[in-house]
Design a protein around this ligand. Structure first.
Ligand code: GRF
Length: 229
C-alpha cells in the first residue's frame, strides 16, 4: 500500500482525480494527508471526502525554512512514502526538496522543457505551438525541472483559447497523474534520487484500467515505448 501526501493551493481537481482513481480502480494507495498553504476549495473537497487535511500557511511562520519544516513534519507524521504536488503554488527550497529526494513529484501543464512556469496555455497559443500537453516529473531544486516520469500531448486547434486549451489539458492531467500512481502501486514504476524508471513500459498501458488506457493510448509520449503499443 502506497501512502502519499498531496500538496495543493487551489481548486484541487488533480487531488480529486487521484482520490477517485484509488476508489474506482482499487489502486493499492492511500492519500494520508492533503496539505495546503492556504484555505482553498481543494482543502474543502478533501475534507468532504474524509481525507485528513492540514492548512499550513506561510504567514504563520517567520521564515520559509520554518514553514517548510512544518510541512515536512506533517508529511513525516502521516508516514508518507511519496509527495504529489498538485497545483501547489509556492516554490519549495532546495533543502526541502532534497530531504524528499526521489519521493516528490509534480504535474505541470505543458510539455516540459517547453513553457516552464505559469500561463502555459496562453504562451503555447502565442507561440503557435503545434502540440501542448502535460508532464509529470520528479521535483528537484530547480523549478519545473527534474527527471521526466510521464508526458501526454494533444494538438492545438486554430480555435483554441487559453481556457479551451486548459480544459483539454486538464482532462489529460486527470488521467496521467492517476496513471503514474497506478504505475507506482503496480511496481512498474520506480522512483529514486537518480530518476524514474518504468520497468515494462511497453505493457503498462495494457495493464491500466480501461478509461485510463483509452484516453492515454493516443497521446502518451513518455515513457516512449508505452506509446508505441
Ligand atoms: C494544474 O493545471 C496543474 O497541472 C498545475 O496546477 C493546476 C492545479 O489544478 N500544477 P488543480 O488544483 O489540481 O485543479
Amino acid at each position: 500500500m502506497i501512502r502519499f501526501a498531496v500538496l495543493i493551493s487551489g481548486r484541487g481537481s488533480n487531488m480529486t482525480s487521484l482520490a477517485d482513481a484509488i476508489e474506482d480502480y482499487s489502486i493499492a494507495a492511500k492519500i494520508t494527508v492533503v496539505i495546503s498553504n492556504k484555505c482553498c476549495a481543494g482543502i474543502n473537497l478533501a475534507k468532504d471526502r474524509g481525507l485528513p487535511t492540514r492548512v499550513i500557511q506561510r504567514k504563520n511562520f517567520d521564515t520559509q525554512a520554518a514553514h517548510e519544516a512544518a510541512i515536512a513534519a506533517a508529511i513525516h507524521s502521516h508516514r508518507c512514502e511519496y509527495v504529489f504536488l498538485a497545483g501547489y503554488m509556492a516554490i519549495l527550497s532546495g533543502d526541502f526538496v532534497n530531504q524528499f529526494a526521489g519521493q516528490i513529484i509534480n504535474i505541470h501543464p505543458s510539455l516540459l522543457p517547453a513553457f516552464k512556469g505559469l500561463n502555459t496555455h496562453q504562451r503555447a497559443i502565442d507561440e503557435k505551438a503545434a502540440t501542448h500537453g502535460v508532464s509529470v516529473h520528479m521535483v528537484t531544486a530547480t523549478l519545473d525541472e527534474g527527471p521526466m516520469i510521464a508526458q501526454a500531448s494533444l494538438p492545438l486547434m486554430a480555435s483554441d483559447t487559453a481556457n479551451s486549451l486548459a480544459a483539454r489539458v486538464l482532462q489529460l492531467e486527470h488521467q496521467i497523474y492517476p496513471f503514474v500512481l497506478f504505475g507506482l502501486a503496480k511496481k512498474n514504476l520506480s522512483l529514486s534520487p537518480e530518476g524514474a524508471r518504468w520497468h515494462t513500459p511497453s505493457s503498462i498501458l495494457a495493464d491500466a484500467p480501461a478509461p485510463m488506457r483509452d484516453s492515454l493510448a493516443r497521446c502518451l509520449i513518455w515513457p516512449a515505448s508505452a506509446s508505441k503499443e
